[in-house]
Design a protein around this ligand. Structure first.
Ligand SMILES: [Zn+2]
Length: 83
């Protein structure tokens, strides 16, 4: 069963059309990561603030992004970009 699956994956990857499509998608993604290396923080939606649920009006820096408001994309990290 596992051998059949490996053979199927091998057959798909050896297909030139599929391979060129995957390589093309990877090139587009990495190019996008060069031009736009950040993604918005999902916890604070780029407000950089975390609001207290207990005390009204109290807030501090977002703990998820450490008050920056964005995260580095995975591809940009692979390219050696820093925050
Ligand atoms: Zn945040």
């Amino acid at each position: 069963m596992a051998d059949a699956l490996i053979n199927l994956i091998g057959a798909i990857l050896s297909n030139a059309a599929v391979l060129s499509l995957l390589v093309g998608a990877a090139i587009v993604y990495m190019g996008s990561c060069i031009v736009k290396p950040y993604r918005a923080c999902k916890a604070c939606h780029r407000t950089k603030e975390s609001h207290s649920t207990l005390f009204k009006g109290a807030f501090g820096p977002c703990p998820a992004c450490k008050g920056i408001g964005h995260h580095l994309r995975y591809g940009a990290r692979l390219l050696g970009r820093k925050l």
